[in-house]
Design a protein around this ligand. Structure first.
Ligand SMILES: [Zn+2]
Ligand SMILES: [Zn+2]
Length: 671
């Protein structure tokens, strides 16, 4: 043994260091060489950027990484491995069940099935399936990788037509679908070339077509839960078989699983669609159509306060207000390029006056451009900041329409800034401050920024222009001291963008404001201004929506606050409850005092018991529930139930109450 010291390999680690291991060492051996703890936490590895099993041999000179269960890559392996166990459990409980694909997804996994005789899963079946999965996990079966020729693989999966279709698709070079090709890989390692099909077997009873990797054995799994059943078409094609999809979630520990389930519960409790109905804020009438909301008086009031606040801040920041129509002749969107690049997101055209096509606008940009272009502009007018609450319409597929967050009709708080190249950096800088300041006023505090760059094959403009615009955004983003994440290829067709991502009260991330630099539309529309040198120059255009859309921002705030809007946004800020009829007059005068002070106050009369009226006030999440009774009549005081306070205060003088609520009801900038 000692004679053959050349039989060693060197493996590089992501931190730049390297390890020398005996030839033939596997990924698991590398983990063990680094540390006992790592060996225990490892679920898979990566060799030269490709995820592999812990049992994969390392080559000389490769770069390898160990994936632990608490990393994104590690969780992916845990989740996908759990999906195998799900398929194993279902095929053992329903002999003859067919299984299609079972990938890991964000926070979990799914697997698609077709049961014999068209049987349907019920929600109760999930507990049975989970129990069977736990038996498989307790048996600690190894995931063993097998390699087969195409013919062998087709024979192995002869009873599984979906698997055969995947195998045949790959052998014929079809199947560009990531999800499907992820199921198997052409040969790798020595002898690569002839297509081989890999499968993973974790008992005599179960084998699945897959390229891996997986955890070494089922005993490494267990912190999972099946969450729901849904319908899904094979290959996402509505003309093909309808399958049943079981969703689940899996984590590296019981604590991580519990935390995730708690987040899900919280998200459900905060669901804006549910709160919108409970608090009587908005609805989606069948008669109007999918993704088109109507706001009820209370929702309309919140919305008006949001918009008024935004308007005031925009006036202060030097914006000018414009108004533009909802429809336009097609030529405008031909010039802008929207019909080339965005047509599938637009409603189909209406043909009027013979041949003329009109479109509902999906964006306000070209309209604001026409305002700029309506006469000759001088450098003295720049930067010109044009603002509009502009209603736009986008054709979203019915499957993706979701409450107020994904709608077909919405109102953007949209602005377009026209400035000189020299003004661009400073304008972007003050703009980002303005955006972050306004979001903070609405109670969002925790941000990071995302920089979206050129979408390959879906962009107009030269490399140099994209470079200039992208660097300008990067510089300003970095200067804010916030985390900056790169979204490679995520920009719009006409320019790169920064988006502000906000984390809400339960740690979810929402994309909020976007700021885009556009060097294209000014060219397409041949915009110019006359400079100090008396010659014509091309302005830079900056697109920015701050709420994104009013509807979506409304939904985000509703979920962030779980319906308990801060006082300045609450539709009803105080409700006054007379204990008995004898106190109605006092209640009325307290309400009047409050209204005079600018507080949205109402009286809930004594026709119902006090207890149920207090409960109603709390259910409606009114910030102040005020009670007036005998003692108050004599002393000129009020009982105050402040939302979220442990106990009511008694005998608060009316003057003091009015001063307090006046201050609390004022919008942030007025304080
Ligand atoms: Zn697999
Ligand atoms: Zn725009």
């Amino acid at each position: 043994m000692t004679t053959d010291t050349r039989e060693e390999i060197v493996v590089h680690l992501p931190d730049g260091s390297s390890r020398t291991l005996p030839a033939g060492a596997k990924v698991a051996d590398l983990a063990a060489a680094i540390g006992r703890r790592l060996a225990k936490d490892a679920v898979a590895g990566e060799i030269d950027g490709i995820a592999v099993d812990l049992s994969e041999p390392l080559g000389d000179g490769v770069t390898a990484r160990i994936l632990t269960g608490d990393s994104d890559g590690g969780r992916h392996v845990l989740r996908h491995s759990t999906a195998h166990v799900l398929a194993q459990a279902v095929t053992s409980l329903w002999p003859g069940a067919r299984f299609a694909i079972g990938p890991a997804i964000a926070d979990g996994f799914y697997y698609d099935f077709e049961l014999p005789g068209g049987e349907r899963f019920s929600e109760d079946d999930l507990a049975r399936i989970e129990a069977r999965m736990r038996e498989v996990i307790a048996a600690d079966q190894a995931f063993v990788r097998e390699e087969h020729s195409l013919e062998e693989a087709l024979a192995l999966f002869a009873a599984q037509p979906y698997k055969c279709e995947i195998i045949e698709g790959v052998s014929s070079g079809a199947g560009a679908d990531d999800e499907l090709t992820a199921e198997l890989a052409p040969g790798r390692g020595p002898g690569a070339g002839a297509p081989i099909v890999t499968a993973y077997r974790n008992s005599d009873a179960f084998v699945d077509l897959c390229r891996g990797p997986h955890v070494p054995s089922t005993g490494r799994l267990g912190h999972f839960k099946l969450t729901r059943v849904a319908g899904a078409y094979w290959r996402g094609d509505e003309h093909r078989q309808q399958l049943q999809r079981i969703y689940g979630t899996a984590w590296e520990s019981e604590a991580a699983l519990a935390e995730h389930l708690h987040r899900l519960e919280e998200a459900e409790r905060r669901d804006h669609r549910k709160l919108g109905a409970e608090l009587d804020l908005f609805s989606f009438p069948e008669e109007i159509g999918s993704g088109l909301a109507v706001f009820h008086p209370k929702g309309g009031l919140v919305r008006r306060v949001m918009e008024e606040y935004s308007r005031a801040r925009h006036v202060a920041a030097g914006y000018e207000f414009v108004n533009t129509p909802h429809i336009t002749k097609s030529e405008l969107f031909e010039t802008s390029g929207h019909l080339d690049w965005f047509a599938e997101g637009m409603f189909p055209p209406m043909t009027l006056d013979g041949e003329q096509k009109y479109y509902l606008k999906p964006m306000n940009c070209p309209f604001h451009i026409l305002v700029f272009r309506s006469r000759q502009r001088s450098y003295r007018e720049l930067p010109m900041r044009l603002f509009e609450f502009g209603s736009v319409y986008r054709y979203e597929k019915s499957g993706v329409v979701h409450g107020l967050t994904r709608v077909r009709g919405m109102t953007q708080d949209d602005a377009h800034i026209f400035c000189t190249r020299e003004q661009m950096d400073e304008e972007l800088d003050s703009l980002l401050d303005f955006v972050l300041g306004l979001l903070r006023d609405f109670g969002l505090e925790d941000f990071y920024l995302e920089l979206s760059t050129r979408p390959e094959g879906k962009a107009v403009g030269s490399d140099e222009e994209w470079q200039v615009a992208t660097e300008a955004l990067r510089t300003v983003a970095l200067s804010k001291g916030l985390e900056l994440v790169l979204d490679e290829g995520g920009g719009a067709f006409y320019g790169p963008k920064i988006s502000v991502q906000a984390r809400d009260a339960i740690g979810r991330t929402w994309q909020m404001s976007t700021i885009q630099v556009d060097l294209q539309l000014p060219q397409r529309f041949e915009l110019s201004y006359v400079g100090a040198d008396n010659t014509r120059h091309r302005p830079v255009m900056i697109h920015r929506a701050l709420f994104g859309s009013v509807e979506r921002f409304f939904a985000v705030l509703l979920e962030h606050y779980a319906g308990a809007f801060p006082t300045w946004l609450a539709p009803v800020q105080a409700v006054v409850l007379p204990v008995r009829d004898a106190h109605e007059e006092l209640a009325g005068s307290v309400r009047t005092r409050l209204r005079d002070a600018g507080v949205r106050a109402e009286v809930d009369g004594a026709s119902e018991p006090l207890g149920s009226r207090i409960r109603r006030g709390k259910l409606e999440k009114v910030p102040y529930v005020l009670v007036v009774g005998d003692d108050d009549l004599a002393a000129g005081t009020v009982g105050v139930n402040t939302r979220g306070a442990a106990a009511p205060e008694r005998g608060v003088p009316v003057d003091e109450l009015v001063a307090r609520l006046r201050a609390d009801a004022a919008p942030p900038a007025g304080r």
